[in-house]
Write a protein that binds this ligand. Structure first.
Ligand SMILES: Cc1cc2nc3c(=O)[nH]c(=O)nc-3n(C[C@H](O)[C@H](O)[C@H](O)COP(=O)(O)OP(=O)(O)OC[C@H]3O[C@@H](n4cnc5c(N)ncnc54)[C@H](O)[C@@H]3O)c2cc1C
Length: 473
Protein backbone atom coordinates (compact mmCIF):
# COMPACT_ATOMS: atom_id res chain seq x y z
CA UNK A 1 0.00 0.00 0.00
CA UNK A 2 1.33 3.50 -0.85
CA UNK A 3 2.37 5.81 1.97
CA UNK A 4 -0.38 8.05 3.36
CA UNK A 5 1.29 11.49 3.39
CA UNK A 6 -1.67 13.12 5.10
CA UNK A 7 -1.72 10.60 7.95
CA UNK A 8 -2.22 12.23 11.32
CA UNK A 9 -3.63 15.52 10.06
CA UNK A 10 -6.27 16.99 12.34
CA UNK A 11 -9.89 16.99 11.24
CA UNK A 12 -9.99 20.80 11.30
CA UNK A 13 -7.61 23.79 11.09
CA UNK A 14 -8.08 27.53 11.19
CA UNK A 15 -6.40 27.86 7.79
CA UNK A 16 -5.27 25.50 5.07
CA UNK A 17 -2.60 26.88 2.73
CA UNK A 18 -2.41 25.08 -0.61
CA UNK A 19 1.07 25.29 -2.11
CA UNK A 20 4.46 26.16 -0.71
CA UNK A 21 5.76 28.78 -3.12
CA UNK A 22 7.24 31.85 -1.45
CA UNK A 23 3.75 33.36 -1.26
CA UNK A 24 2.27 30.28 0.44
CA UNK A 25 5.24 29.77 2.76
CA UNK A 26 5.28 33.39 3.93
CA UNK A 27 1.52 33.50 4.35
CA UNK A 28 1.59 30.26 6.40
CA UNK A 29 4.41 31.57 8.58
CA UNK A 30 2.64 34.85 9.33
CA UNK A 31 -0.63 33.12 10.19
CA UNK A 32 1.11 30.64 12.49
CA UNK A 33 2.91 33.48 14.21
CA UNK A 34 -0.45 35.15 14.75
CA UNK A 35 -1.53 32.04 16.62
CA UNK A 36 -3.68 30.32 14.02
CA UNK A 37 -3.65 26.56 13.45
CA UNK A 38 -2.18 26.20 9.95
CA UNK A 39 -1.96 23.20 7.64
CA UNK A 40 0.38 23.61 4.63
CA UNK A 41 -0.26 21.19 1.78
CA UNK A 42 2.25 20.82 -1.07
CA UNK A 43 1.86 18.36 -3.93
CA UNK A 44 5.63 18.18 -4.62
CA UNK A 45 8.14 16.43 -2.36
CA UNK A 46 10.04 19.70 -1.83
CA UNK A 47 8.87 23.01 -0.44
CA UNK A 48 9.58 26.23 -2.35
CA UNK A 49 7.47 25.99 -5.51
CA UNK A 50 9.50 27.61 -8.28
CA UNK A 51 12.05 28.65 -5.66
CA UNK A 52 13.46 25.17 -5.70
CA UNK A 53 16.53 23.09 -6.54
CA UNK A 54 17.49 19.57 -7.53
CA UNK A 55 20.53 17.34 -7.13
CA UNK A 56 22.38 15.40 -9.79
CA UNK A 57 25.40 13.56 -8.47
CA UNK A 58 27.62 16.15 -6.81
CA UNK A 59 25.72 19.06 -8.34
CA UNK A 60 22.90 21.11 -6.89
CA UNK A 61 21.01 23.18 -9.46
CA UNK A 62 18.97 26.22 -8.42
CA UNK A 63 15.90 26.88 -10.55
CA UNK A 64 14.86 30.44 -9.77
CA UNK A 65 17.81 31.85 -7.84
CA UNK A 66 19.14 34.39 -10.31
CA UNK A 67 18.52 37.69 -8.60
CA UNK A 68 15.99 39.66 -6.64
CA UNK A 69 15.88 43.20 -5.19
CA UNK A 70 17.42 44.38 -1.91
CA UNK A 71 13.94 44.59 -0.35
CA UNK A 72 14.02 40.81 0.13
CA UNK A 73 16.39 41.33 3.08
CA UNK A 74 13.83 43.45 4.94
CA UNK A 75 11.01 41.04 4.06
CA UNK A 76 12.98 38.05 5.37
CA UNK A 77 14.09 39.88 8.53
CA UNK A 78 10.57 41.05 9.36
CA UNK A 79 8.48 38.08 8.31
CA UNK A 80 11.01 35.24 8.69
CA UNK A 81 14.19 35.40 10.77
CA UNK A 82 17.38 37.50 10.92
CA UNK A 83 19.32 34.32 10.13
CA UNK A 84 17.43 33.86 6.85
CA UNK A 85 17.83 37.56 6.00
CA UNK A 86 21.58 37.31 6.64
CA UNK A 87 21.95 34.73 3.87
CA UNK A 88 21.19 37.40 1.28
CA UNK A 89 24.18 38.97 -0.49
CA UNK A 90 24.69 41.28 -3.45
CA UNK A 91 25.63 40.10 -6.95
CA UNK A 92 27.94 42.78 -8.30
CA UNK A 93 28.72 41.55 -11.81
CA UNK A 94 25.61 41.99 -13.96
CA UNK A 95 26.76 41.76 -17.56
CA UNK A 96 25.01 42.57 -20.85
CA UNK A 97 26.24 41.35 -24.20
CA UNK A 98 24.19 41.81 -27.38
CA UNK A 99 24.66 43.44 -30.82
CA UNK A 100 23.61 46.83 -29.43
CA UNK A 101 25.84 47.06 -26.33
CA UNK A 102 28.15 45.19 -24.04
CA UNK A 103 29.06 46.21 -20.48
CA UNK A 104 29.08 45.10 -16.84
CA UNK A 105 27.14 46.96 -14.17
CA UNK A 106 26.11 46.76 -10.54
CA UNK A 107 22.55 47.35 -11.82
CA UNK A 108 21.61 50.23 -9.58
CA UNK A 109 20.51 53.81 -10.20
CA UNK A 110 23.94 55.35 -9.77
CA UNK A 111 25.67 52.99 -12.19
CA UNK A 112 22.82 53.07 -14.71
CA UNK A 113 22.89 56.88 -14.64
CA UNK A 114 26.61 56.81 -15.42
CA UNK A 115 26.16 54.31 -18.26
CA UNK A 116 23.19 56.15 -19.77
CA UNK A 117 25.21 59.39 -19.75
CA UNK A 118 28.60 58.07 -20.83
CA UNK A 119 27.75 55.26 -23.24
CA UNK A 120 24.35 56.29 -24.52
CA UNK A 121 24.84 60.10 -24.38
CA UNK A 122 21.46 60.68 -22.71
CA UNK A 123 21.05 64.13 -21.07
CA UNK A 124 21.05 63.97 -17.28
CA UNK A 125 17.62 65.55 -16.92
CA UNK A 126 15.99 62.81 -19.02
CA UNK A 127 17.64 60.14 -16.89
CA UNK A 128 16.63 61.79 -13.63
CA UNK A 129 13.09 62.37 -14.93
CA UNK A 130 12.79 58.71 -15.92
CA UNK A 131 14.07 57.33 -12.62
CA UNK A 132 11.89 59.67 -10.57
CA UNK A 133 8.77 58.88 -12.62
CA UNK A 134 9.41 55.13 -12.30
CA UNK A 135 10.01 55.42 -8.55
CA UNK A 136 6.91 57.48 -7.90
CA UNK A 137 4.54 55.13 -9.69
CA UNK A 138 2.00 53.45 -7.49
CA UNK A 139 -0.83 51.05 -7.92
CA UNK A 140 -3.51 53.72 -8.05
CA UNK A 141 -1.83 55.60 -10.92
CA UNK A 142 -2.89 55.65 -14.52
CA UNK A 143 -2.82 52.04 -15.64
CA UNK A 144 -3.35 52.70 -19.33
CA UNK A 145 0.15 53.95 -20.24
CA UNK A 146 2.28 51.11 -21.62
CA UNK A 147 5.94 50.50 -20.91
CA UNK A 148 6.71 51.40 -24.55
CA UNK A 149 4.98 54.78 -24.15
CA UNK A 150 6.79 55.35 -20.87
CA UNK A 151 10.20 54.71 -22.47
CA UNK A 152 9.35 56.87 -25.49
CA UNK A 153 8.54 59.77 -23.20
CA UNK A 154 12.07 59.94 -21.85
CA UNK A 155 14.18 58.20 -24.51
CA UNK A 156 12.37 58.74 -27.84
CA UNK A 157 13.49 56.47 -30.66
CA UNK A 158 16.29 54.93 -28.57
CA UNK A 159 15.66 51.19 -28.95
CA UNK A 160 19.12 50.48 -27.53
CA UNK A 161 18.17 52.25 -24.27
CA UNK A 162 14.75 50.58 -24.25
CA UNK A 163 16.49 47.21 -24.51
CA UNK A 164 18.87 47.93 -21.66
CA UNK A 165 15.97 48.99 -19.45
CA UNK A 166 13.59 46.22 -20.46
CA UNK A 167 15.47 42.98 -21.08
CA UNK A 168 16.34 42.05 -17.47
CA UNK A 169 12.82 42.87 -16.29
CA UNK A 170 11.37 40.68 -19.02
CA UNK A 171 13.47 37.83 -17.69
CA UNK A 172 12.46 38.68 -14.13
CA UNK A 173 8.70 38.68 -14.63
CA UNK A 174 7.80 38.02 -18.25
CA UNK A 175 6.56 41.55 -18.94
CA UNK A 176 6.53 42.99 -22.45
CA UNK A 177 6.55 46.54 -23.87
CA UNK A 178 2.74 46.37 -24.05
CA UNK A 179 2.23 45.75 -20.33
CA UNK A 180 1.20 48.67 -18.11
CA UNK A 181 4.10 51.00 -17.25
CA UNK A 182 3.05 50.81 -13.60
CA UNK A 183 4.07 47.14 -13.40
CA UNK A 184 7.48 48.00 -14.84
CA UNK A 185 8.05 51.08 -12.70
CA UNK A 186 7.53 49.27 -9.40
CA UNK A 187 9.69 46.25 -10.24
CA UNK A 188 12.48 48.22 -11.97
CA UNK A 189 12.72 50.75 -9.11
CA UNK A 190 12.93 47.92 -6.58
CA UNK A 191 16.05 46.65 -8.37
CA UNK A 192 17.52 50.10 -9.00
CA UNK A 193 17.36 51.07 -5.32
CA UNK A 194 20.34 48.87 -4.40
CA UNK A 195 21.14 46.37 -7.17
CA UNK A 196 20.66 42.60 -7.48
CA UNK A 197 20.78 40.11 -4.59
CA UNK A 198 21.00 36.37 -4.16
CA UNK A 199 21.13 33.78 -1.39
CA UNK A 200 24.49 32.58 -0.21
CA UNK A 201 24.07 28.92 0.65
CA UNK A 202 21.66 28.20 -2.21
CA UNK A 203 17.91 27.67 -2.42
CA UNK A 204 18.16 24.34 -0.56
CA UNK A 205 19.50 25.97 2.61
CA UNK A 206 17.21 28.99 2.31
CA UNK A 207 14.03 26.93 2.01
CA UNK A 208 15.39 24.47 4.60
CA UNK A 209 15.60 27.30 7.14
CA UNK A 210 12.09 28.42 6.25
CA UNK A 211 10.84 24.90 6.81
CA UNK A 212 12.48 24.82 10.25
CA UNK A 213 10.89 28.16 11.14
CA UNK A 214 7.44 27.00 10.05
CA UNK A 215 7.75 23.88 12.18
CA UNK A 216 8.92 25.98 15.12
CA UNK A 217 5.85 28.16 14.72
CA UNK A 218 3.59 25.12 14.72
CA UNK A 219 2.67 24.78 11.04
CA UNK A 220 1.61 21.26 10.10
CA UNK A 221 3.56 20.70 6.85
CA UNK A 222 2.55 17.95 4.45
CA UNK A 223 4.37 17.40 1.16
CA UNK A 224 3.22 15.01 -1.61
CA UNK A 225 -0.33 16.11 -0.80
CA UNK A 226 -2.24 17.21 -3.86
CA UNK A 227 -5.32 19.29 -3.17
CA UNK A 228 -8.00 18.10 -5.56
CA UNK A 229 -10.83 20.33 -4.45
CA UNK A 230 -11.62 23.29 -2.23
CA UNK A 231 -14.79 22.59 -0.25
CA UNK A 232 -17.53 25.20 -0.34
CA UNK A 233 -20.28 25.05 2.24
CA UNK A 234 -23.18 27.49 1.91
CA UNK A 235 -21.07 29.79 -0.30
CA UNK A 236 -18.13 29.83 2.17
CA UNK A 237 -14.76 28.11 1.99
CA UNK A 238 -14.89 25.14 4.37
CA UNK A 239 -11.77 23.04 3.75
CA UNK A 240 -10.17 20.89 1.10
CA UNK A 241 -9.97 17.40 -0.32
CA UNK A 242 -6.30 16.38 -0.46
CA UNK A 243 -5.12 12.94 -1.62
CA UNK A 244 -8.77 11.94 -1.38
CA UNK A 245 -9.15 13.04 2.26
CA UNK A 246 -11.52 15.79 3.46
CA UNK A 247 -9.97 18.26 5.88
CA UNK A 248 -12.02 21.11 7.30
CA UNK A 249 -10.89 24.70 7.87
CA UNK A 250 -12.32 28.14 8.52
CA UNK A 251 -10.25 29.68 5.72
CA UNK A 252 -8.37 28.41 2.68
CA UNK A 253 -5.46 30.16 0.95
CA UNK A 254 -4.50 28.91 -2.49
CA UNK A 255 -0.93 29.52 -3.64
CA UNK A 256 -1.60 27.55 -6.81
CA UNK A 257 -2.18 29.16 -10.17
CA UNK A 258 -5.02 31.70 -9.96
CA UNK A 259 -7.01 30.29 -12.89
CA UNK A 260 -6.70 26.68 -11.77
CA UNK A 261 -7.81 27.78 -8.31
CA UNK A 262 -10.98 29.25 -9.79
CA UNK A 263 -11.79 26.60 -12.38
CA UNK A 264 -10.31 23.36 -11.05
CA UNK A 265 -10.13 23.64 -7.27
CA UNK A 266 -13.33 25.63 -6.65
CA UNK A 267 -15.37 25.25 -9.84
CA UNK A 268 -17.11 27.89 -11.93
CA UNK A 269 -20.52 27.02 -10.46
CA UNK A 270 -19.51 28.68 -7.19
CA UNK A 271 -18.79 32.13 -8.68
CA UNK A 272 -20.95 34.97 -9.94
CA UNK A 273 -21.15 35.54 -13.69
CA UNK A 274 -19.48 38.95 -13.37
CA UNK A 275 -16.53 37.45 -11.49
CA UNK A 276 -16.17 34.68 -14.08
CA UNK A 277 -16.22 37.27 -16.86
CA UNK A 278 -13.40 39.12 -15.12
CA UNK A 279 -11.44 35.89 -14.59
CA UNK A 280 -11.89 35.02 -18.27
CA UNK A 281 -9.97 38.15 -19.18
CA UNK A 282 -6.93 37.14 -17.13
CA UNK A 283 -3.94 36.26 -19.31
CA UNK A 284 -1.32 33.83 -18.06
CA UNK A 285 2.28 34.93 -18.16
CA UNK A 286 4.79 33.07 -20.30
CA UNK A 287 6.81 30.05 -19.29
CA UNK A 288 10.54 29.24 -19.35
CA UNK A 289 13.21 26.92 -20.63
CA UNK A 290 16.38 26.19 -18.73
CA UNK A 291 19.61 24.33 -19.37
CA UNK A 292 21.50 23.03 -16.34
CA UNK A 293 25.24 22.73 -16.87
CA UNK A 294 27.34 20.93 -14.25
CA UNK A 295 31.09 21.56 -14.34
CA UNK A 296 33.30 18.57 -13.47
CA UNK A 297 34.99 18.52 -10.09
CA UNK A 298 38.49 19.97 -10.46
CA UNK A 299 37.55 22.17 -13.45
CA UNK A 300 37.11 25.89 -12.87
CA UNK A 301 35.57 28.83 -14.67
CA UNK A 302 37.25 32.23 -14.79
CA UNK A 303 35.03 35.00 -13.48
CA UNK A 304 32.78 36.10 -16.35
CA UNK A 305 30.18 37.94 -14.26
CA UNK A 306 27.43 36.60 -12.02
CA UNK A 307 24.47 37.17 -14.26
CA UNK A 308 25.01 37.43 -17.99
CA UNK A 309 22.22 38.70 -20.27
CA UNK A 310 23.15 37.59 -23.77
CA UNK A 311 21.44 37.79 -27.13
CA UNK A 312 22.33 37.68 -30.80
CA UNK A 313 19.06 39.42 -31.75
CA UNK A 314 19.72 42.77 -33.45
CA UNK A 315 16.96 44.46 -31.43
CA UNK A 316 14.87 43.73 -28.35
CA UNK A 317 11.79 41.80 -29.37
CA UNK A 318 9.44 40.16 -26.83
CA UNK A 319 8.34 37.55 -29.37
CA UNK A 320 11.91 36.58 -30.26
CA UNK A 321 12.66 36.30 -26.57
CA UNK A 322 9.97 33.65 -26.05
CA UNK A 323 10.42 31.84 -29.35
CA UNK A 324 11.72 28.28 -29.46
CA UNK A 325 14.90 29.22 -31.32
CA UNK A 326 15.62 32.36 -29.29
CA UNK A 327 19.23 33.48 -28.96
CA UNK A 328 18.32 35.55 -25.89
CA UNK A 329 19.12 33.92 -22.59
CA UNK A 330 20.47 34.63 -19.13
CA UNK A 331 23.43 32.69 -17.81
CA UNK A 332 23.58 32.46 -14.03
CA UNK A 333 27.02 31.37 -12.97
CA UNK A 334 27.24 29.64 -9.61
CA UNK A 335 30.85 29.86 -8.45
CA UNK A 336 31.91 28.00 -5.29
CA UNK A 337 31.11 31.19 -3.31
CA UNK A 338 27.39 30.43 -3.88
CA UNK A 339 27.69 27.51 -1.48
CA UNK A 340 30.63 28.28 0.81
CA UNK A 341 32.55 25.09 1.54
CA UNK A 342 31.80 23.64 -1.90
CA UNK A 343 34.35 23.76 -4.72
CA UNK A 344 31.84 23.04 -7.48
CA UNK A 345 30.76 25.33 -10.34
CA UNK A 346 27.50 25.15 -12.22
CA UNK A 347 25.75 27.30 -14.80
CA UNK A 348 22.04 27.66 -15.42
CA UNK A 349 20.86 29.19 -18.69
CA UNK A 350 17.29 30.55 -18.61
CA UNK A 351 15.14 31.77 -21.44
CA UNK A 352 11.51 32.78 -21.68
CA UNK A 353 9.29 30.41 -23.63
CA UNK A 354 5.79 29.79 -24.98
CA UNK A 355 4.05 26.68 -23.69
CA UNK A 356 2.37 26.05 -27.06
CA UNK A 357 5.73 25.69 -28.83
CA UNK A 358 6.53 22.69 -26.62
CA UNK A 359 3.21 21.18 -25.61
CA UNK A 360 2.21 19.33 -28.77
CA UNK A 361 5.45 17.77 -29.95
CA UNK A 362 5.76 14.03 -30.44
CA UNK A 363 7.99 12.26 -27.94
CA UNK A 364 10.85 12.20 -30.43
CA UNK A 365 10.39 15.84 -31.46
CA UNK A 366 10.35 16.82 -27.81
CA UNK A 367 13.53 14.90 -27.05
CA UNK A 368 15.27 16.32 -30.13
CA UNK A 369 14.14 19.84 -29.32
CA UNK A 370 15.56 19.56 -25.81
CA UNK A 371 18.86 18.35 -27.22
CA UNK A 372 18.94 21.24 -29.72
CA UNK A 373 18.27 23.64 -26.87
CA UNK A 374 21.21 22.21 -24.93
CA UNK A 375 23.57 22.37 -27.92
CA UNK A 376 22.56 25.93 -28.88
CA UNK A 377 23.08 26.99 -25.28
CA UNK A 378 26.58 25.47 -25.18
CA UNK A 379 27.42 27.16 -28.51
CA UNK A 380 26.47 30.50 -27.00
CA UNK A 381 28.37 29.77 -23.80
CA UNK A 382 31.60 28.96 -25.74
CA UNK A 383 32.09 32.69 -26.29
CA UNK A 384 32.44 33.28 -22.56
CA UNK A 385 33.82 29.91 -21.40
CA UNK A 386 36.03 28.61 -24.22
CA UNK A 387 36.17 24.81 -24.33
CA UNK A 388 33.14 24.54 -22.03
CA UNK A 389 32.07 21.20 -23.55
CA UNK A 390 35.23 19.58 -22.15
CA UNK A 391 34.53 20.91 -18.68
CA UNK A 392 30.99 19.60 -18.37
CA UNK A 393 29.82 16.40 -16.70
CA UNK A 394 26.08 17.04 -16.48
CA UNK A 395 23.64 18.54 -18.99
CA UNK A 396 19.88 18.65 -18.69
CA UNK A 397 17.06 20.80 -20.04
CA UNK A 398 13.71 21.94 -18.66
CA UNK A 399 10.86 23.22 -20.83
CA UNK A 400 7.42 24.74 -20.15
CA UNK A 401 6.15 21.16 -19.80
CA UNK A 402 8.65 20.56 -17.02
CA UNK A 403 7.45 23.65 -15.16
CA UNK A 404 3.85 22.61 -15.58
CA UNK A 405 4.58 19.13 -14.29
CA UNK A 406 6.38 20.25 -11.15
CA UNK A 407 4.18 23.18 -10.15
CA UNK A 408 0.79 22.32 -11.69
CA UNK A 409 0.74 25.83 -13.15
CA UNK A 410 -1.43 26.05 -16.26
CA UNK A 411 0.80 26.24 -19.33
CA UNK A 412 3.83 26.10 -17.05
CA UNK A 413 3.38 29.82 -16.31
CA UNK A 414 6.62 31.02 -14.70
CA UNK A 415 5.36 34.34 -13.44
CA UNK A 416 1.68 33.80 -12.71
CA UNK A 417 -0.64 36.11 -14.58
CA UNK A 418 -0.54 39.45 -16.31
CA UNK A 419 -1.55 42.66 -14.55
CA UNK A 420 -5.33 42.04 -14.56
CA UNK A 421 -4.83 38.90 -12.41
CA UNK A 422 -4.18 40.99 -9.30
CA UNK A 423 -7.75 42.31 -9.12
CA UNK A 424 -9.22 38.81 -9.56
CA UNK A 425 -6.84 37.36 -6.96
CA UNK A 426 -7.80 40.06 -4.45
CA UNK A 427 -11.48 39.72 -5.33
CA UNK A 428 -11.77 36.03 -4.35
CA UNK A 429 -12.75 36.57 -0.69
CA UNK A 430 -15.54 38.92 -1.77
CA UNK A 431 -16.99 36.12 -3.91
CA UNK A 432 -16.44 33.27 -1.47
CA UNK A 433 -15.87 34.30 2.16
CA UNK A 434 -12.86 32.51 3.62
CA UNK A 435 -11.23 31.84 0.24
CA UNK A 436 -7.98 33.68 -0.47
CA UNK A 437 -5.26 33.53 -3.10
CA UNK A 438 -1.60 34.46 -2.82
CA UNK A 439 1.38 34.12 -5.15
CA UNK A 440 2.53 35.39 -8.50
CA UNK A 441 -0.08 37.61 -10.08
CA UNK A 442 -0.13 40.89 -11.90
CA UNK A 443 3.63 41.12 -12.48
CA UNK A 444 3.99 43.30 -9.37
CA UNK A 445 3.37 40.37 -7.00
CA UNK A 446 5.69 38.11 -8.96
CA UNK A 447 9.30 37.09 -8.28
CA UNK A 448 10.70 36.13 -4.89
CA UNK A 449 10.09 39.53 -3.32
CA UNK A 450 6.67 40.15 -4.85
CA UNK A 451 5.38 36.68 -3.99
CA UNK A 452 6.67 36.81 -0.39
CA UNK A 453 5.23 40.28 0.16
CA UNK A 454 1.88 39.26 -1.28
CA UNK A 455 1.92 36.35 1.20
CA UNK A 456 2.20 38.90 4.02
CA UNK A 457 -0.65 41.04 2.66
CA UNK A 458 -2.95 38.03 2.32
CA UNK A 459 -2.02 36.71 5.78
CA UNK A 460 -3.14 40.05 7.17
CA UNK A 461 -6.51 39.72 5.38
CA UNK A 462 -6.96 36.12 6.58
CA UNK A 463 -6.11 37.12 10.15
CA UNK A 464 -8.69 39.92 9.98
CA UNK A 465 -11.27 37.47 8.63
CA UNK A 466 -10.59 34.89 11.33
CA UNK A 467 -10.37 37.42 14.15
CA UNK A 468 -13.67 38.98 13.17
CA UNK A 469 -15.20 35.55 13.61
CA UNK A 470 -16.46 35.91 10.05
CA UNK A 471 -16.17 32.18 9.65
CA UNK A 472 -18.73 31.63 12.36
CA UNK A 473 -21.36 33.96 10.91
C1 LIG B 1 13.06 29.71 -14.54
C2 LIG B 1 12.62 30.73 -13.55
C3 LIG B 1 13.51 31.64 -13.06
C4 LIG B 1 13.11 32.60 -12.12
N1 LIG B 1 14.05 33.45 -11.63
C5 LIG B 1 13.69 34.34 -10.69
C6 LIG B 1 14.66 35.20 -10.10
O1 LIG B 1 15.84 35.16 -10.40
N2 LIG B 1 14.25 36.11 -9.17
C7 LIG B 1 12.96 36.20 -8.81
O2 LIG B 1 12.65 37.04 -7.95
N3 LIG B 1 12.02 35.39 -9.32
C8 LIG B 1 12.36 34.47 -10.25
N4 LIG B 1 11.41 33.63 -10.78
C9 LIG B 1 10.01 33.79 -10.37
C10 LIG B 1 9.80 33.32 -8.95
O3 LIG B 1 10.48 32.11 -8.73
C11 LIG B 1 8.31 33.13 -8.72
O4 LIG B 1 7.62 34.31 -9.09
C12 LIG B 1 7.98 32.83 -7.25
O5 LIG B 1 8.90 31.94 -6.69
C13 LIG B 1 6.60 32.28 -7.24
O6 LIG B 1 6.11 32.09 -5.94
P1 LIG B 1 4.58 31.76 -5.71
O7 LIG B 1 4.26 32.09 -4.31
O8 LIG B 1 3.76 32.39 -6.77
O9 LIG B 1 4.44 30.19 -5.83
P2 LIG B 1 5.01 29.08 -6.81
O10 LIG B 1 6.47 29.07 -6.74
O11 LIG B 1 4.38 29.23 -8.13
O12 LIG B 1 4.51 27.77 -6.08
C14 LIG B 1 3.19 27.32 -6.07
C15 LIG B 1 3.18 26.02 -5.30
O13 LIG B 1 1.85 25.52 -5.21
C16 LIG B 1 1.90 24.11 -5.36
N5 LIG B 1 0.58 23.66 -5.79
C17 LIG B 1 -0.10 24.07 -6.88
N6 LIG B 1 -1.29 23.45 -6.94
C18 LIG B 1 -1.36 22.62 -5.87
C19 LIG B 1 -2.34 21.73 -5.40
N7 LIG B 1 -3.50 21.56 -6.03
N8 LIG B 1 -2.08 21.04 -4.26
C20 LIG B 1 -0.92 21.19 -3.59
N9 LIG B 1 0.04 22.03 -4.01
C21 LIG B 1 -0.17 22.74 -5.13
C22 LIG B 1 2.97 23.89 -6.40
O14 LIG B 1 3.46 22.57 -6.38
C23 LIG B 1 4.00 24.91 -5.95
O15 LIG B 1 4.90 24.39 -5.02
C24 LIG B 1 11.78 32.65 -11.70
C25 LIG B 1 10.86 31.72 -12.19
C26 LIG B 1 11.28 30.76 -13.09
C27 LIG B 1 10.31 29.76 -13.59
Amino acid sequence: MSHDWSKGTRSEYDVIVIGSGLGGLTCANMLARQGHAVLLLEQHYNLGGLATWFRRGEHIFDIALHGFPFGMIKTCRKYWTPEIADMIVQLKGIRFDNPQFSFTTTYDREDFTRILQERFAIPRENIEGFFDAAKNMNFYDDQTMTIREFFERFFPGRDDVHRMLMEPITYANGSTMDDPAISYGIVFSNFMSRGVYTVQGGTDQFIGKMRAELLKNGVDIRTRCLVERILIDHTKAAGVVANGKRIKSKAVVSNGNLLSTVHRLVGAENFSQSFLAQAKGVRLNNSSCQVYIGIKRGETIDYIGDLLFTSAAQKFDSQELCSKGTTSRTFSIYYPKTRPGSDMHSIVASSNANYDDWANLSEKEYRDSKEELIQRTLDALEKYVPGVRHKVDHLEAATPKTFQRYTHHLSGASFGTKFEGLKVSMGLPKEIPGLFHTGSVGIIMSGWLGAANYGVIVAHDVDKFLSAGAADV
